[in-house]
Design a protein around this ligand. Structure first.
Ligand SMILES: N[C@@H](CCC(=O)N[C@@H](CS)C(=O)NCC(=O)O)C(=O)O
Length: 217
């Protein structure tokens, strides 16, 4: 399979990149330079007309939307470890629901905190405060489930990386993650995983190659 990931370091494309690393995919990656607005320029819009990362090109077919990409990768390699084994559509429903929640609810909330200017034509403070309030409630719920384990208990899944991406990005926007010791500990475990370490190395390599500076990984 010929696979190329369009990504920006630290953006939600790192969840897809972590999935690719976890299943041991052989892939290339291309940094879409957000600093220059490349995601909205003609060249990239020809790849993904939505002007967003991630976009994953698999044998010439363009896949978009983290949740859908990740589920497709899981279907292509069910033994790849992205989700615990579940027999049949009903048993695996929760996994798809969790992906949908991460992309459809958590991500927009995080964006209110980290990119409030994208949510309003006016003052951003109220948008950010609303995002933080919503995220505080969600993080209480996450903390209860993640204490001492992974999202699905004993086994890591790609949902753990997706949640990590959400709360750590919120923190970059001023969210008080230090109120949630369980999440701080979960973050350490996610970051320590070899597949995630490879993501960080690969993102850094793409920054070095393109000369984009000032990104905190
Ligand atoms: N619904 C999309 C959202 C993707 C998305 O918002 N990506 C952000 C990075 S985290 C992006 O490309 N932002 C560029 C922009 O909005 O200009 C998904 O879940 O994949």
């Amino acid at each position: 399979m010929n696979i190329t990931l369009y990504q920006f370091p630290g953006a939600c494309s790192r969840v897809t990149m972590n999935a690719l690393e976890e299943i041991g995919a052989d892939y290339g990656d291309i940094l879409v330079n957000f600093r220059e607005g490349a995601q909205k320029k003609e060249d990239y819009l020809a790849v993904n007309p939505k002007g967003k990362v991630p976009a994953l090109i698999v044998d010439g077919q363009t896949l978009t939307e983290n949740a859908a990409i990740i589920w497709t990768l899981h279907c292509l390699k069910p033994e790849g470890g992205l989700f615990p084994k579940a027999d049949g559509p009903l048993a695996s429903h929760g996994q798809r629901a969790d992906l949908a929640w991460c992309s459809g609810t958590m991500h927009p909330t995080v964006r209110q905190i980290r990119m409030p200017m994208r949510w309003t034509t006016g003052e951003t403070e109220g948008v950010c405060a609303h995002g933080i309030e919503t995220m505080l409630g969600e993080c209480q719920r996450l903390s209860k489930r993640l204490a001492g384990g992974w999202w699905y208990g004993p086994e890591w899944s790609i949902i753990d990386t997706y949640l990590y991406w959400g709360y750590s990005t919120a923190e970059k926007g001023g969210f008080p993650l230090d109120r949630f010791p369980v999440l701080l500990e979960h973050a350490e475990r996610v970051r320590a995983r070899p597949s995630f370490q490879r993501v960080l190395a690969r993102e850094q390599a793409s920054l070095d190659k393109t000369g984009v500076e000032g990104i905190i990984l």
